[in-house]
Design a protein around this ligand. Structure first.
Ligand SMILES: [Zn+2]
Length: 330
């Protein structure tokens, strides 16, 4: 999760009037030493969530996790893979988002419909447990896993906790997911949309990025709490991102460039070419077949129902059917 490093030196200077969906837009506010990324998701998010037909609160939570994943995973180089998972005791007990660089996204959630209630926010849906982020940069690189405790807070809170503890980069994250109803010939059509922003303070002098220490916990009584004043540039950056409304993040008629310009024009913002995203599962008949081959003979035999073996991909709901012979059942 290195800071965004735009791979081109050609910024787009004029804000585009045309909104670009399903993309991450890297940007930089050099005068404040701020770097960031803005995600806008439309059709790709809608494809993932609609396939599963989740109840709205579950779809919204998984949408937030997908946006967070794009903000964190889009800085990966080459064929990297970024996975975000939660395992908790709330109504949504498990969710996973899998991002494969440069652009492939897939995700699903497990939930208990009986425990869903009106008015549950993402913190209540998740409950207590942990969030794990795994970065896999290929066979020759070591795998990295970061863990954050979830204690009834939102995914935004968890992301802040992660950056404070693990990366020690001053970071703010905003996530928003919404449902859009558009009129059509055969009645209003439902679509999911989402947006998010990540803002980081990356000054050349590291002492400017110091943050207030974590609570000392069991420090002896009478010890002086270490107070660090935040850098003025970061104070300004935080106050600017705090003004971003959910509606601005998901508005289909407001381009990402216009939103960034609206926020940072007084300080000058450079926007770099967008990185496209798409909903694409990596499952295949061959991969499922190979997985079946790894099962014990007894387990394969138990999977035969009505004379066939049926495997459904949890990510994309694709159904793969095999004859017992094809599935290697003797
Ligand atoms: Zn699949």
């Amino acid at each position: 999760m290195t800071p965004p490093s735009p791979d081109t030196e050609t910024p787009i200077r004029a804000p585009s009037a045309v909104p670009v969906d399903d993309a991450v837009l890297p940007f930089e506010v050099a005068s404040l030493d701020l770097r960031g990324r803005l995600t806008r998701l439309g059709p790709a998010l809608d494809e993932i969530l609609t396939k599963h037909d989740y109840p709205a609160p579950v779809g919204k939570l998984l949408g937030e996790a997908i946006v967070l994943t794009t903000l964190l995973g889009s800085s990966l180089k080459f064929d990297g893979r970024f996975m975000l998972q939660t395992q908790t005791d709330g109504p949504v007990s498990f969710l996973i988002v899998d991002f494969q660089a440069p652009d492939r996204l897939r995700a699903y959630a497990r939930y208990d419909a009986k425990r869903l209630k009106d008015g549950q926010d993402s913190g209540a849906l998740l409950g207590k447990g942990h969030l794990a982020m795994t970065i896999d940069q290929g066979p020759d690189m070591s795998r990295y896993q970061g863990l954050v405790a979830l204690d009834g807070g939102s995914l935004e809170d968890a992301a802040h906790e992660y950056f404070l503890r693990s990366e020690q980069i001053p970071t703010k994250v905003r996530l928003a997911v919404g449902e859009e109803w558009r009129g059509g010939g055969d009645g209003p059509k439902h679509r999911w949309r989402a947006g998010g922003m990540l803002l980081q303070f990356l000054p050349k002098a590291p002492e400017r990025a110091r943050q207030p220490d974590l609570h000392p916990g069991d420090a002896p009584e009478g010890s002086v709490t270490h107070v660090v004043a935040e850098d003025d540039a970061w104070v300004e950056g935080q106050s600017l991102i705090a003004t971003v409304e959910d509606i601005e993040l998901i508005d289909p008629d407001l381009s990402g460039e216009r939103l960034l310009y609206r926020l940072f024009h007084e300080r000058g913002v450079r926007v770099f070419p967008p990185l496209p995203l798409r909903a694409k599962c990596s499952c295949s008949r061959d991969a499922v077949s190979a997985m079946l081959n790894n099962f014990a003979q007894k387990d394969r035999a138990e999977m035969v129902k009505d004379g066939k073996v049926v495997v459904t991909c949890e990510f994309c709901s694709s159904v793969y059917e095999f004859t017992p012979q094809e599935a290697g059942v003797e």
